[in-house]
Design a protein around this ligand. Structure first.
Ligand code: SF4
Length: 338
């Protein structure tokens, strides 16, 4: 066996990289703060555009990691560079590790929807987020979702492309997620009218446009271009949404049984403290900054520290998996030339 490679983060990026590093003969060690592997994907139900079960991605990776060291419920408490150029990490479980290469795959956070007070998350009875809806699809009980909703709305760009929310970036995945979830709701509630309130639709990936056309033509999802200006709750508990339909040029008002907020991807602020101590660059959006955004996305500005997945910015699942494979190979090249 070749040397230890520490991977910070046990989401799909860290797991994929661990699988590749193991295949290359290294000893990957995954450090994960939570009590399970799989990150956000482990909380998701189906993935667009194929509607494949998210659990399959996580479970297939888990099978590959049977003999890989995984520390769950574990944090990196201290991290320093030694004079020999190695990294020494002290973990919250009392373990110390020395390594020549560290892969940071510490992911992102979902925007906390309650920060957008005007949408009433946590206040109104029938306002939920995209993540809540995925968990309900997966079988978790949620009393906020009525038994037979007749009108359902989705608000795009919640906490994304929003300077007031401190995040000017597009989250890249939530337009397509809204379409996916609209289709899933329509399949469960064929009589329901579904509205997506969007600023513009960003559907750049393979098959995503087909997915949108399918939602319109075969599921009758209504797409309303315009920002939601106000959300309120009626005396009967229904949600009232006011928006400006910018294509029609007039204000609209809709009564809904359920409102779903598409919370965007934001940086994992916990990255920033240790990034500063290691003199890692942080981008102006708070994500870790790659050596450059074209040819060296998986490299940091420090020798021996590499990145994979959404710790450097918003990514789709396929992009994350591809980047994790690339990072494993880059680490191998780095150590081979060391
Ligand atoms: S992907 Fe769509 S919903 Fe998400 S931030 Fe971008 S434009 Fe808004």
């Amino acid at each position: 066996m070749k040397e230890n490679i520490v991977i910070i983060g046990g989401g799909i990026a860290g797991m994929t990289a661990a699988k590749q590093l193991k295949a290359l003969g290294y000893t990957p060690i995954i450090i994960e703060q939570k009590d399970h592997l799989g990150g956000h994907v482990a909380q998701w139900y189906k993935l667009f555009p194929d509607m494949s079960p998210a659990a399959d991605v996580v479970n297939n990776l888990k099978k590959e990691l049977k003999d890989v060291n995984v520390f769950l419920d574990t944090k990196v408490l201290d991290w320093k560079k030694t004079l020999s150029g190695e990294y020494e990490l002290t973990l919250s479980n009392g373990v110390n590790i020395r390594t020549k290469a560290v892969l940071v795959a510490s992911g992102f956070r979902l925007f906390a929807a309650e920060k957008k007070e005007e949408y009433g998350y946590g206040v109104y009875d029938h306002v939920i987020t995209n993540a809540d809806l995925e968990q309900w699809f997966g079988g978790k009980k949620d009393n906020r979702i009525p038994q037979n909703p007749k009108v359902i709305g989705f608000v795009h760009c919640v906490g994304s492309r929003d300077l007031k929310a401190g995040n000017s970036q597009c989250s890249k995945v939530c337009c397509t997620t809204a379409i996916k979830q609209a289709i899933e709701m329509k399949e469960r509630f064929p009589q329901a009218e579904i509205y997506c309130f969007y600023m513009d639709l960003r559907l750049f990936g393979k098959k995503y446009e087909d997915f949108y056309i399918n939602a319109q033509q075969n599921y009758g999802v209504h797409f309303v271009r315009g920002r939601v200006s106000e959300v309120g709750e009626n005396i009967d508990g229904r949600v009232q949404v006011k928006a400006e339909d910018t294509l029609m040029g007039k204000p609209i008002k809709v009564q809904l049984d359920l409102l779903v907020l598409m919370s965007g991807m934001v940086c994992n602020v916990e990255n920033q403290d240790w990034a500063r101590t290691l003199h890692l660059d942080i981008d102006n959006d708070g994500f870790l900054k790659s050596a450059d955004n074209v040819a060296h996305i998986v490299e940091s500005n420090q020798k021996g520290i590499f990145y994979a997945g959404a710790c450097t910015g918003t990514k789709t699942v396929p992009e994350t998996l591809a980047e994790a494979n690339a990072a494993a190979l880059e680490i191998h090249n780095y150590l081979s030339n060391d």
